[in-house]
Design a protein around this ligand. Structure first.
Ligand code: HEM
Length: 381
């Protein structure tokens, strides 16, 4: 479909998947050659600032994409993720016990969902609580920026965040070079894929993209999962009766209430698709939230929530092709663990008034999701 402003869009699952899998003809919008202006950012001393979503392998083509993705891939292998599951559940026990002691009401987004991915990502860098607040703020700014920076104040916040992030990672890389540990940064400073060491900028971009791509997305997946379960009594009862259904429920929420709604590509050459001629350098919106409800793949009830849908996993919420989300397995585990521990400790948690949706377009979820325990202090041990 061609829009009136010259952009193209598709909600068709087969076409969306074909576009995302064809990185040769449908390139990343962030790749410099597709940009009408140079958007490189510097600080006041002329130091280059790294923009995670533009300067990392997320926006690169092979061979650089392959080289850098290979560096982080082992940290996301099924085995590595299985090993993390226990730590994630223990962390959730701790957070939910604390919320239980508070009794009454709390915010399922700000008191719970944001705390899970922040800790998981901080663990990649081997850093602790002191940095959670900064990480949370930076991750939030990056997450909102994918909609486009629209005001001077957004721009100032974004630039300030890039300066702080550069300082932080420059410092961390120096520390880990001197005194390596068993974290991802230490691994990056020591390992050289294909014999070629990573530059400092590449390391910062790689760390930054884990925070940029792995934080807001996961916060919103967890929030959407909680909203879905507390908002559908039948779903809650089924999950309470059979917790084995939880991973399938997470998969269906990923499809039905996708935390990432669309992706953008730009044609690198003229392309004809489904009889539509798309010129070179044209923006193409891949509306994954639409493709996730394509009846040709998900049937006539594609718009309905069905936590035992056999093919939920065919959703495109994690993208497709070479840029398929490297953190997909981790995000699934974080969301499933949250539901598992939450339902065990608070089987009758209720939604409370005051829920608010995020105003963003790419990322979909809640800014706040108040919940309340029916009887203060009734949390189960
Ligand atoms: C619900 C949670 C998540 C969603 C919906 C999500 C979604 C996506 C999507 C759609 C892409 C492809 C972007 C494109 O093709 O333009 C992507 C790539 C990526 N994601 Fe995720 N993501 C999630 C969680 C995570 C986590 C937890 C991490 C890591 C901590 C992560 C790290 C990445 C990275 C590094 C890439 C770039 C992959 C590449 O270019 O090869 N994501 N993600």
């Amino acid at each position: 479909m061609k829009g009136s402003i010259g952009a193209f869009a598709t909600c068709d699952h087969a076409m969306a998947s074909a576009i995302l899998s064809d990185s040769k003809r449908f390139g990343s919008f962030a790749v410099a050659k597709h940009k009408p202006i140079d958007t490189t950012v510097h600080d006041d001393e002329g130091r280059r600032l790294i923009v995670p979503m533009d300067d990392s392998f997320l926006a690169m083509d092979p061979p650089d994409h392959t080289r850098l993705r290979r560096m982080v891939a082992p940290w996301f292998s099924p085995r590595a993720i299985r090993q993390r599951t226990e730590t994630i559940e223990a962390m959730l026990e701790e957070i939910l016990d604390e919320l239980g002691r508070r009794g009454g009401g709390w915010d399922a987004v700000n008191d719970l969902s944001v705390r899970v991915p922040i800790r998981v990502i901080a663990a990649f860098f081997g850093i602790g609580e002191d940095n959670y607040e900064d990480f949370r703020r930076w991750g939030g700014i990056i997450g909102t920026s994918v909609d486009g920076i629209r005001t001077m104040s957004d721009l100032r916040d974004f630039r300030q965040m890039l300066i702080e992030m550069r300082d932080f990672f420059d410092d961390l890389i120096a520390k880990r070079t001197k005194d390596p540990g068993d974290d991802l940064v230490s691994f990056m400073v020591q390992a050289a894929p294909d014999g070629e060491p990573l530059t400092g900028d590449e390391m910062i971009a790689t760390c930054g993209v884990l925070l940029g791509a792995g934080f807001e997305t996961t916060v919103n997946l967890i929030g959407n999962c909680i909203l879905t379960v507390l908002g559908h009594e039948d779903v809650r009862q089924r999950l309470l009766a059979d917790p084995e259904l939880i991973p399938g429920a997470v998969e269906e929420v990923l499809r039905w209430d996708a935390p990432v709604q669309y992706l953008l590509r730009v044609t690198t050459e003229s392309v004809t698709m489904a009889g539509v001629d798309i010129p070179a350098d044209a923006p193409v919106f891949v509306v994954v939230a639409g493709a996730n409800r394509d009846p040709r793949v998900f049937g006539d009830d594609a718009a309905e929530l069905d936590i035992t849908r056999p093919n939920s996993r065919k959703h495109l919420t994690f993208g497709d092709g070479i840029h398929l989300c490297v953190g997909a397995g981790l995000a699934r585990i974080e969301a499933a663990a949250t539901l598992r521990v939450l339902l065990r400790k608070f089987p009758d948690l209720q939604l409370a008034d005051g829920a608010q949706r995020r105003p963003t377009r790419v990322v979909r979820g809640m800014t706040t999701l108040p919940v309340r325990q029916p009887v203060a202090g009734a949390a189960m041990a």
